[in-house]
Ligand binder design. Structure first.
Ligand code: PEP
Length: 248
């Protein structure tokens, strides 16, 4: 059985006050049994969020991390530092990092390795652009991005990662992949892994991300290969995010 997971990515949004509001709401909330819930706030709010989430089912995640533990890297944050704030998860390879900050597969892999080395669970984000989908290259792109990372990991490391399928054309656009489109790609990711390691593939947690909201979450999360969601915009509203969690 795969543990369902819903993660909120605040991106460069939110506040310490929003973290407190989440803390209050989730103290009272009833969630589906066994659901893991993660919030990835901007770094400056980690301390406030750690305090606010104490005693709630909310865990902390980071939106990125530097591949190194320390050093002369102005403006960067290491996985070791994140661990000091109780961070458990780290996104790597988010399409905004790939596009705006030119992170390539190799750099994504280095960050993922750094996360694993300090005991964080990396959530590897993969997904095709609209032109790649229109050109019929979706599977090729997604399997290349996942394969690049998976083929370089030890079997024990592969079991410790989560993969988030996030079609780039669906992120922040209000245009969600249909449950059928998402399921098709996510089944392909699982099947591809199953060719190498059946047990690993059946335990691999796969999240869908891309304009998930309170209205479309239930149908997406009901798909057999979708084990949870990575939520951007809707994770900035307590009620919407809670509703998504409750439909998992
Ligand atoms: C994301 O940033 O990972 C994301 C899925 O964003 P949104 O839900 O806003 O599309």
């Amino acid at each position: 059985m795969r543990t369902p997971l819903v993660a909120g990515n605040w991106k460069m949004n939110g506040s310490a006050t929003l973290a407190e509001a989440f803390g209050h709401a989730f103290t009272e909330a009833t969630l589906p049994e066994g659901l893991e819930v993660v919030i990835c706030p901007p770094f400056p709010y980690l301390e406030a969020a750690q305090r606010a989430f104490d005693g709630t089912p909310l865990h902390l995640g980071a939106q990125t991390l530097n591949p190194l533990h320390s050093g002369a890297h102005t403006g960067e944050v290491s996985g070791r530092m994140l661990g000091e704030f109780g961070v458990r998860y780290a996104l790597v390879g988010h399409s905004e990092r790939r596009q705006l900050y030119r992170e390539n597969d190799e750099q994504v892999f280095d960050r993922l390795l750094a996360a694993l080395s300090v005991g964080l669970t990396p959530a590897l984000c993969v997904g095709e652009t609209l032109s790649e989908r229109d050109a019929g290259h979706t599977m090729e792109v997604v399997l290349r991005q996942t394969g690049f990372v998976m083929s370089r990991l030890e079997p024990e490391q592969r079991q410790r990662i989560v993969i988030a399928y996030e079609p780039v054309w669906a992120i922040g656009t209000g245009r969600t992949a249909t449950p059928k489109q998402a399921q098709e790609v996510m089944a392909a990711i699982r099947e591809h892994q199953a060719r190498h390691d059946h047990e690993l593939a059946s335990g691999l947690r796969l999240l869908y991300g891309g304009s998930m909201n309170a209205d479309n979450a239930a149908e997406l999360l009901a798909q057999p290969d979708i084990d949870g969601g990575l939520v951007g915009g809707a994770s900035l509203k307590v009620d919407d995010f809670l509703a998504i969690c409750q439909s998992a």
